[in-house]
Design a protein around this ligand. Structure first.
Ligand code: MF3
Ligand code: CO
Length: 259
C-alpha cells in the first residue's frame, strides 16, 4: 500500500521519537514567540533559534535546504511563507509568523505560529484566531477512514465564510525521515475525496491564510513571498500522527504547552 501511494507509514516507536523532537521544537518556537515584540527583529529571533538548536542538540533543517540561508522563516503582515529573516524592527500592530523545522538522528518535525503585537485591529485578530481554529478543526478531523479532502474542507470551511482565503500553491505534507514526504495536504478540498487517512501516517496540518486573495509574489531572493494585494497573512502548523488511539499532536510542549 505504501509502495503504491508513496506514503511512508511510521511505527509507534518512530512516532515516539518524532514526539520527543516535536516537544523540543515547540519549546524553541515558544521562546521565539516571546521575542516577537516591538523593537526586536526577525534576525534577533533567527539568532536565538540557532542558539537554542545548539542547546537542544538538534539541527535547524531549513538552513541549507535547497539553498535556503536561515534556520527560520519569519514573515510580517503581507509577507507570506518562506521569508528569510532580516533586520526590520517589529512594530505595534504587526502580525508575525514564525515557521521552523528541526531534525535529529534523521527525523524531522515542522511547526509554525502567528502572533499579533499589541494593538492589532479587529480584522487582523480575526485572521489570526480563525487560522488557528482552522488548524484545530482539521486536526480534530484526523481519523482512520477520513480523507485528505476532509482536512482541506475543514480548513477552508472555517476560512472562506469569513472572506479570507487559503493559499493554493503551498500545502501541508507528510514528514518523517524527510522534511517533505507524500502525501500533500492542501488547505482546501472536497469531503470524501483524496487519499484515505491510515494509522501510522504522520503529516503537517498548516492552514496558510490570506486576508483577501491568495495570490503570491516571489521576491528577487528566490524565497521570500508577499501577498500580491497587500493583505495580511497568518499560519499555524502542527506535525500530527494518526495512532491506533487517534490523532496525536507531536509539536507540543508537554502538558503546559502554549499552542
Ligand atoms: N515549513 C516550511 C515548509 O515545509 C519550511 C521550509 S524550509 C525552507 O515548506 F527552507 F524551505 F524554507
Ligand atoms: Co511545512
Amino acid at each position: 500500500m505504501s509502495a503504491k501511494t508513496g506514503i511512508i507509514l511510521k511505527t509507534p516507536q518512530q512516532v515516539e521519537k518524532m514526539k520527543e523532537l516535536g516537544s523540543i521544537l515547540a519549546e524553541i518556537v515558544a521562546n521565539l514567540y516571546e521575542l516577537v515584540e516591538v523593537g526586536n527583529t526577525p534576525l534577533d529571533l533567527e539568532k536565538r533559534a540557532i542558539e537554542l538548536c545548539r542547546e537542544f542538540e538538534v539541527n535547524p533543517s531549513c538552513m541549507g535546504y535547497m539553498g535556503y540561508p536561515a534556520a527560520t522563516c519569519i514573515g510580517v503582515n503581507d509577507q507570506a511563507v518562506h521569508n528569510i529573516p532580516k533586520d526590520n524592527k517589529f512594530k505595534d500592530g504587526d502580525i508575525v509568523t514564525i515557521d521552523m523545522v528541526i531534525d535529529q538522528d534523521g527525523w524531522f518535525v515542522d511547526h509554525a505560529v502567528t502572533k499579533g503585537i499589541w494593538n492589532v485591529d479587529t480584522k487582523g485578530r480575526e485572521l489570526i484566531e480563525n487560522t488557528k481554529k482552522a488548524m484545530e478543526k482539521a486536526i480534530s478531523t484526523v481519523k482512520a477512514g477520513k480523507t485528505i479532502g476532509d482536512l482541506g474542507a475543514a480548513m477552508e470551511g472555517i476560512i472562506k465564510p469569513l472572506g479570507f482565503s487559503v493559499l493554493r500553491n503551498y500545502v501541508g505534507h507528510g514528514i518523517g525521515q524527510e522534511m517533505h514526504e507524500e502525501p500533500k495536504i492542501p488547505c482546501f478540498g472536497t469531503p470524501g475525496q483524496g487519499e484515505e487517512l491510515k494509522e501510522g501516517m504522520v503529516f503537517t496540518i498548516e492552514p496558510m491564510v490570506a486576508e483577501y486573495e491568495p495570490d503570491i509574489t516571489l521576491d528577487s531572493d528566490g524565497w521570500s513571498t508577499r501577498l500580491t494585494d497587500g493583505g495580511r497573512f497568518a499560519m499555524f502548523e502542527h506535525t500530527v500522527a494518526l495512532n491506533a488511539s487517534g490523532v496525536e499532536i507531536l509539536t507540543k510542549r508537554s502538558e503546559k504547552g502554549l499552542f
